[in-house]
Structure formats: structure tokens, C-alpha cells
Design a protein around this ligand. Structure first.
Ligand code: SF4
Length: 367
């Protein structure tokens, strides 16, 4: 049986953060229960049931923690039943809000969840206020400490960088906060102003850092994480050795996954598809085809996000032939400018300088 990753979208949040364009809305306990009913039905009737073994399960959102341990446990059980999930050996991640006092972390751990992703965003309370977050850094600290007590040995924190007014000092404060809690993993995203968000409507009044300042923040972050012994394994992700996010690695390795829920994407049997952003669409099993996936170009585009880059051996194993000369030629030119390094086996990877302008570099290599 082939391995696969399962993504479960939980489309509820207590309020909308001004920068966020993920599909979510306010819910009630009754809505959480009914959504769980629908979700378990969809998993049990999936056409892929019993054809795959889930080796990662990821609850994203939205704010999955809002569902509560009981509902999450029901969904874990349904994945266990339909996709032979073994929670002792598989990574089961749940995104939670630092303020989730009502979430029983002991009960959550008992469902089989073994990795928490906590939306810290910043340890500077003024930055949290700008981001419209209602939690304090102290809430996040308590969340991590309580999770430890409940038995979570794999915790990730999310940070945002390139915020208006963010300084190297305030960024260092956030990084110190994470490293002092000794979390296993950190994801750091550059603030982007997405259409349809409150920040987008207010964009002319936001004093966002320019490109140079953003690059400076990113380099500062990379340096601090390195000093603290974290591996920079993907453009936006850092971890202790052996604690890379396995579910997200599937995406960057161009491997298969099935998404359940409105706005969830899937990649199965070489086909990409997704459910539109509406509850009705999810209830009615609406699916939009999104083309084919898994070709050489896509494999390179995704793999270049990883520090390990594209190994010649891995490429040959996947496609049955060596890396095409056209990619290597472009990489050799970029190597001179310091954006790319050629690997010992003839593959290639982006440097940290390349990570900074990854979109342009990857587009150039795969054009
Ligand atoms: S950032 Fe997270 S908590 Fe805020 S609206 Fe988006 S999904 Fe919800």
C-alpha cells in the first residue's frame, strides 16, 4: 500500500486576522460538531479509502484547536479506519491558537496527535497588536509549557517577519522566546498583503519595510536560528535535527496528499484538484481539477525550496534519467552570482542568498 499525507482543513476562527486570506469563519460548538460529522462521513466515503496508508496527518485552518479534542479525536479515528493511520509511527499535527485555554491538551494528546503547531507570530506584544492577534506572548509560553506537560515532544512555533516597525532587536526577542522554550521547529513567514484582507484595504497606510529591509530581517533571522543550532532546511522553516515537518516535506518532495474540507488541495495519481472555498462545495463533494502534477519541472520548483536542493540520484530514481543539461547550465551561471550551489553528485541547491529571491531564481532555472 502506498503512503500518503492527509490534510484536514478546519474552517473556523474566533475572528479574522487582518492579514489572513485562508478560508475560515466564526463557528459555534454546534457547527464544530456538525462539521466533524460531515468530515468523518467524507473520509469514510473517500474513493481512496483503503488504497493508501496515511503516514502524516495535518489539521490546518482556520484554527483546528477550536474543534476541541473530542471532535479532533473522531476525525483521527476515521483516518485510522480508512487510511490505516498508525499514530505511534506517523506524524499527526494540529495547529492551535496560543490562547486556546479551552482546549484540553492532555485529551488532545490522547487522540494520537503528537505534534503541535502554535501560531505565535511574534513575542513583541506591540507587533501582536498590529497583527490583530488577541493573545500575548505569555499565552504562547503557557501553551507550549502546558503542551510539554501533556506529552507533546514535537512543537512548532510560527513567526512573522518584515512587520512595520519590526527591528532586529524585536526580531531577536521573538527568536530568543522560541529558542528559550526549546521548541523543535520554527516556521517564519514574510508578511504579505493578500487581496481580500483588511490589510489589503488599508495597504496605503501601512508602512511596510522595503525589499532591502525585508532581506535584512530574513538574514538576521537565519543567522539567529543558526547560532541557536537550528537547521535551515526550507526557505521558511528551521528545525532541530530530525524534527523537520514531515507533512510539509511531502509537498516539497512533490509527493501525494489528499485534502479534506473547503479550500483543501489534493495531489493523487498525478492529478491536482481542490475543493472550492465554501461549505456547500465540501458537503456536495465539488471538486475542481487543477491540472496534472509531478512532472520534472514541478519536482525541481518544489525541491529547490529545500536546503538539500535537487540531488542527481533522487532525480534519476524518480524520472529514470539524469538531470537535463538545460537546468545544470542555468545553475552554473547562477552559481557564479552566489545564488545556487552545485552539489557533489551533480545536483543543485539554492544558497541562503538564493532563498531570498527564490521565486525569481526558481522561475529562471525552470523557465
Ligand atoms: S491567521 Fe490563523 S487565526 Fe488568524 S484568521 Fe487566519 S487562520 Fe484564523
Amino acid at each position: 500500500m502506498k503512503n500518503i499525507g492527509i490534510y484536514i482543513h478546519i474552517p473556523f476562527c474566533e475572528r479574522k486576522c487582518p492579514y489572513c486570506d485562508f478560508y475560515s469563519r466564526k463557528g459555534t460548538d454546534d457547527m464544530y460538531r456538525r462539521y466533524t460529522d460531515t468530515m468523518t462521513e467524507k473520509i469514510a466515503s473517500s474513493p481512496y479509502k483503503h488504497l493508501y496508508h496515511a503516514d502524516t496527518l495535518y489539521f490546518g485552518g482556520g484554527t483546528p484547536g477550536l474543534l476541541g479534542a473530542e471532535n479532533i479525536g473522531r476525525i483521527v479515528d476515521s483516518v485510522r479506519e480508512s487510511f490505516s493511520l498508525d499514530t505511534d509511527s506517523s506524524e499527526v499535527t494540529v495547529e492551535v491558537n496560543p490562547q486556546g485555554e479551552s482546549l484540553d491538551l492532555y485529551a488532545l494528546r490522547k487522540t494520537g496527535a503528537n505534534r503541535l503547531s502554535v501560531g505565535l507570530q511574534s513575542a513583541a506584544d506591540s507587533e501582536l497588536e498590529f497583527l490583530g492577534r488577541k493573545h500575548s506572548s505569555n499565552d504562547a509560553r503557557n501553551c507550549v509549557l502546558n503542551a510539554r506537560k501533556a506529552g507533546f515532544e514535537n512543537i512548532s512555533l510560527d513567526l512573522m517577519i518584515a512587520l512595520p516597525g519590526q527591528t532586529r532587536e524585536s526580531l531577536k526577542k521573538s527568536v530568543d522566546f522560541c529558542t528559550q522554550l526549546n521548541v523543535e521547529h520554527l516556521s517564519a513567514y514574510i508578511l504579505k498583503i493578500e487581496e481580500g484582507t483588511l490589510f489589503y484595504r488599508r495597504k496605503d497606510s501601512l508602512e511596510l519595510p522595503d525589499e532591502d529591509e525585508t532581506a535584512d530581517m530574513y538574514e538576521c533571522l537565519c543567522g539567529l536560528m543558526k547560532e541557536n543550532g537550528y537547521e535551515h532546511y526550507e526557505i521558511s522553516n528551521f528545525s532541530r535535527k530530525g524534527f523537520e515537518g514531515k507533512h510539509n516535506l511531502r509537498y516539497w518532495h512533490d509527493e501525494e496528499y489528499i485534502g479534506f474540507g473547503p479550500s483543501a488541495h489534493s495531489f493523487v495519481d498525478g492529478k491536482r484538484f481542490y475543493c472550492p472555498r465554501s461549505m456547500k462545495s465540501f458537503e456536495n463533494d465539488e471538486i475542481i481539477a487543477d491540472g496534472s502534477g509531478g512532472d520534472e519541472e514541478e519536482y525541481i520548483m518544489l525541491g529547490l525550496r529545500l536546503a538539500q536542493g535537487i540531488g542527481a540520484e533522487g532525480f534519476t530514481k524518480r524520472f529514470g534519467h539524469g538531470l537535463p543539461e538545460k537546468y545544470l547550465k542555468r545553475c552554473k551561471n547562477l552559481e557564479k552570482a552566489g545564488y545556487v550551489k552545485i552539489l557533489g553528485d551533480g545536483g543543485f541547491a539554492l544558497t541562503e542568498k538564493g532563498f531570498l529571491v527564490s521565486n525569481a531564481i526558481i522561475a529562471h532555472i525552470t523557465e
